[in-house]
Design a protein around this ligand. Structure first.
Ligand code: NIG
Ligand code: FE
Length: 399
């Protein structure tokens, strides 16, 4: 048994609602707290002195300065498995071309596909682990990673294998997702329906057989897949037993009905979501995921996070770290900026990075500090939790 403390505050993130608004007063804060844990699992959280008396033989990890503890953060949406750079796309956007124009002209995602296909498996795994380590150093210990820059049977499998290899090279827990339905690849002889049919009949069964992931994502957009084609594909994926998620409403409001129909776990982006989309989401159980890194990378508006919460949906915040739309890869900074722009309470932002994020990944052993959950906590050297978001990402995690 180990006992770490005393923390000036432990924010457990326990007993918070999975959807709707949260006031800061709802946060459970344990003052002068200790965390007792064994074999990676929390045994008890409470007053440090009382825990010391209760577990006299515990190995002590004694803190002599003021720290605030929180559950480790969870990034539910990244594309950190890629090769190459899209700095030229970024420069083109700054010179006035839009993300969709660059994509239509053959740049954008397709450019990264070419570079990723040329990259050998081991190198792709190394690049992925390096980026995962950068996130881990920011206090993000669970990281979802999408494929989607392979876009052929062999190359998508290579990407998913690379993510698994990277998982062995980092302390972070990587959760792979199949995003073979990112765009229709330029070298595929057929239309979107043919491509998705190939994925459903050939790629998804092979992914199941190799146990590479149980999550399937699709990009619904004018330059990617239509709502109709995506619906058929996702229903097939669902039949095969996959959890469903989607990139929706990034530029065009269209996907909330689809998310509800297929019972998607999450719908990510939503920068273009209007009142109608918000009310559809409020009537279902799909979790909206805001990606402020994509708004910052594209100079676009933020997802309507405040309106979503007020309408009664859940809200998760993720980095979307990728070479095109979201090159920053700094989740805490992005979440703090979104919180300031959208007037999110600190509790809502922290829930979006911890307990609600765990729910979006269907993981029920993390995101909260309580008995039986993973002893996966992060600490910030400060007297009060409110300092962390106030410093907008510049107060770094310790240890
Ligand atoms: O989430 N929107 C689609 N996919 C990614 C961008 C991928 C890229 O531009 O390379 C996103 O923004
Ligand atoms: Fe994305």
């Amino acid at each position: 048994m180990k006992l770490t403390g005393p923390f000036i505050q432990i924010l457990t993130m326990d007993k918070l609602p999975l959807r709707g608004k949260i006031a800061d007063e709802q946060l459970e804060i344990v003052p002068n707290g200790g965390i007792a844990y064994q074999d990676g699992k929390i045994v008890e959280i409470g007053d440090f002195k009382l825990l010391q008396q209760k577990y006299p033989s515990a190995t002590l990890d004694l803190l002599t300065e003021n720290y605030v503890a929180l559950p480790a953060m969870i990034d539910v949406h990244t594309h950190i498995c890629w090769a190459g750079s899209r700095a030229k796309d970024y420069a083109m956007r700054l010179s006035g071309k839009s993300y969709l124009e660059i994509a239509t002209a053959g740049g954008g995602i397709w450019d990264t596909v070419s570079k990723t296909r040329q990259c050998l498996l081991a190198e792709l795994a190394r690049l992925t682990a390096e980026r995962a380590n950068a996130l881990y150093a920011q206090g993000i210990h669970t990281i979802e990673v999408k494929s989607g820059y392979g876009l052929s049977l062999a190359e998508e499998l290579k990407m998913l294998e690379a993510i698994h290899l990277a998982n062995e090279q980092t302390n972070a827990d990587l959760i792979p997702t199949c995003l073979a339905a990112h765009i229709v690849p330029k070298d595929f002889a057929g239309n979107e329906t043919d491509y998705l049919e190939m994925l459903a009949s050939e790629l998804l069964p092979e992914i199941k057989r190799r146990k590479l992931t149980n999550r399937v994502d699709v990009f619904v957009e004018k330059t990617a897949f239509s709502v109709d084609a995506a619906t058929k594909y996702l229903l097939k994926a669902k039949d095969l037993g996959f959890d469903i998620l989607l990139h929706g409403d990034q530029f065009t409001a269209s996907s909330a009905g689809l998310a509800r129909q297929v019972g998607a776990l999450s719908i990510d982006h939503l920068e273009a979501a209007d009142e109608n989309e918000i009310s559809i989401l409020a009537s279902g159980s799909t979790i909206p995921v805001a990606l402020p890194g994509a708004s910052l990378g594209l100079g676009d508006k933020f997802a309507p996070a405040r309106k979503l919460l007020d309408a009664g949906t859940s809200l998760v915040i993720a980095s979307d770290w990728n070479p095109g739309s979201a090159p920053m890869g700094d989740l805490l900074t992005q979440a703090a900026i979104l919180g300031a722009a959208q007037k999110l309470s600190m509790a809502e932002t922290w829930a979006a990075l911890t307990c609600r994020a765990a729910a979006a990944l269907n993981l029920h052993d993390r995101g909260i500090l309580k008995n039986g959950y993973q002893a996966d906590f992060i600490m910030f050297k400060t007297n009060d939790y409110s300092e962390i978001l106030y410093r907008q990402g510049r107060l770094m995690v310790n240890g």
